[in-house]
Design a binder for this molecule. Structure first.
Ligand code: GDP
Ligand code: MG
Length: 437
């Protein structure tokens, strides 16, 4: 990864008092190679490297940072700048509705994204309407209808033609008093004139406030050509990146943003409707650097679970305090979120064995763990190291388990605690906010 390569640079620069011109050149060469490897467009690499160079050359060496850290910080900053700086702030049309048009190649994730967006707007307190204007296959309309139901958002379509459906959909939203209309459109496997013409006519019919191109992050460099072609026809307002849960390191994100010159508005990180959020440039920068997307995970978790609980857990983690009480709470919340294995699989730094071990925890086990922890005194929960043989027996009796099971839990907890203390993980959580590397 980019961060591994940067570590090499870091190592060589460690112990130096200041960066020489030769150090900077060497570091920039490595950064250039690493960015190209991370699938970043060559044009973008050039402007990034130039940006990093001017930061390193112009800047006094910060007292608190080693030269290596200084380089990483410059790259991180430059990545954030290249990714758009801040998250998009949507404005809503008055009078409503705000019309959003989704375009993109087939399989890029338009239909799924339409439903995710609808759910997101609903969570923001809006009343979206989903409009199915992909009439290529009957299954496409049905797919969106089912997803709309999951998102608890009303759905509109009719077996006429795509332009007519889109227009009628907008009117339907006005009639129903829905303030956001999301129009899903058809895609082809490659850009063709017919597709472009259809989506252009839909756009003219509904006059969207936002036209978003849905881009599969896994397609890498191809995404750039696709985006340029759509932008020429539609005048895009932004991009939505999907499948960021895949192997893609995000190079495509950087390239498309810089080449098309439009912000990345949203990012999708999985198949479930909840795997979706506003795009955060600082987190993506951390991800491209290989530090994981822990903050996104925390934010997603926060919304699903009790806010206070999530915050308390996160704070404890950051501060290196992670108690049995936290362990239990997180375990319960994670059960609600989906499998812990799935969640952990999004974190690059987590060892495979641990992912598998945690994926195997089932509901019965959660109940058993809860019983054991509930049988401990508050002092024991805060500091399990005081749990000696006789305390173990008392806890086992109180929870209806065996001392072996108590031991096993304490071992599991210790592993989780150590994991939470992993430096890489903390760096990821602090990415963009705290110190790097
Ligand atoms: P469309 O042809 O552009 O409408 O694409 P779909 O919405 O039908 O999505 C194509 C496939 O990609 C479906 O199997 C989706 O479940 C999947 N998909 C969409 N977004 C994501 C994502 O963010 N992560 C993953 N892993 N899969 C996704
Ligand atoms: Mg579709």
């Amino acid at each position: 990864t980019l961060s591994e390569r940067l570590e090499g640079i870091l190592g060589r620069l460690r112990g130096r008092g200041r960066l020489s011109a030769a150090d900077v050149d060497q570091a920039l060469r490595e950064i250039r190679a690493a960015l190209l490897e991370a699938d970043v467009h060559v044009r973008v690499v050039r402007s990034l490297v130039d940006g990093v160079r001017s930061q390193l050359v112009g800047e006094e060496l910060a007292r608190s940072l080693s030269p290596g850290q200084q380089v990483v910080r410059a790259v991180h900053r430059e990545l954030i700048r290249a990714l758009g700086g801040e998250s998009l702030r949507l404005t809503y049309a008055s009078p409503p509705p705000t019309v959003i048009l989704l375009a993109g190649l087939q399989g890029s994730g338009k239909t799924t994204t339409a439903a995710k967006l609808a759910r997101w707007f609903r969570q923001q307190g809006h009343q979206p309407l989903l409009v199915g204007a992909d009439l290529q296959r009957p299954a496409a309309v049905e797919q969106l209808r089912i997803l709309a139901e999951q998102a608890q958002v009303p759905f509109f379509s009719q077996p006429t033609d795509p332009v007519q459906v889109a227009r009628a959909g907008r009117q339907e939203a006005e009639r129903l008093g829905r303030d956001v209309v999301i129009v899903d459109t058809a895609g082809r496997l490659a850009i063709d004139a017919e597709l472009m013409d259809e989506v252009r006519r839909i756009s003219e019919a509904v006059d969207p406030h936002y036209t978003f191109l849905v881009v599969d992050a896994m397609t890498g460099q191809d995404a750039v050509g696709t985006a340029e072609a759509f932008h020429a026809t539609l005048t895009l307002d932004g991009l939505i990146l999907t499948k960021l849960d895949g192997d893609a390191r995000g190079g495509a994100a950087l390239s498309v943003k810089e080449v098309v010159g439009k912000p990345i508005a949203f990012a999708a990180t999985g198949e479930r409707l909840a795997d979706f959020d506003l795009f955060h440039p600082d987190r993506m920068a951390s991800r491209i650097l290989g530090m994981g997307d822990v903050l996104s995970l925390i934010e997603q978790a926060e919304r699903e679970m009790d806010r206070d609980v999530a915050l308390k857990g996160a704070t404890a983690l950051v501060e290196g305090r992670f108690t049995l009480e936290d362990f239990l709470t997180q375990l319960q919340q994670v059960k609600r979120l989906g499998s812990l294995g799935g969640l952990l699989s999004l974190l690059p730094g987590v060892p495979k064995e641990l992912k598998q071990a945690n994926a195997a925890i089932d509901d019965r086990e959660v109940a058993r763990v809860e019983a054991i922890i509930r049988s401990m005194t508050p002092a024991e929960r805060i500091d399990p190291s005081i749990i000696d043989g006789s305390r173990r027996q008392r806890i086992a009796r109180g929870s209806g388990t065996s001392t072996q099971e108590v031991n096993q839990l304490l071992r599991q907890f210790k592993e989780a605690q150590q994991l939470m203390r992993q430096p890489g993980l903390l760096a990821g959580m602090l990415g963009g906010r705290g110190k790097l590397a």
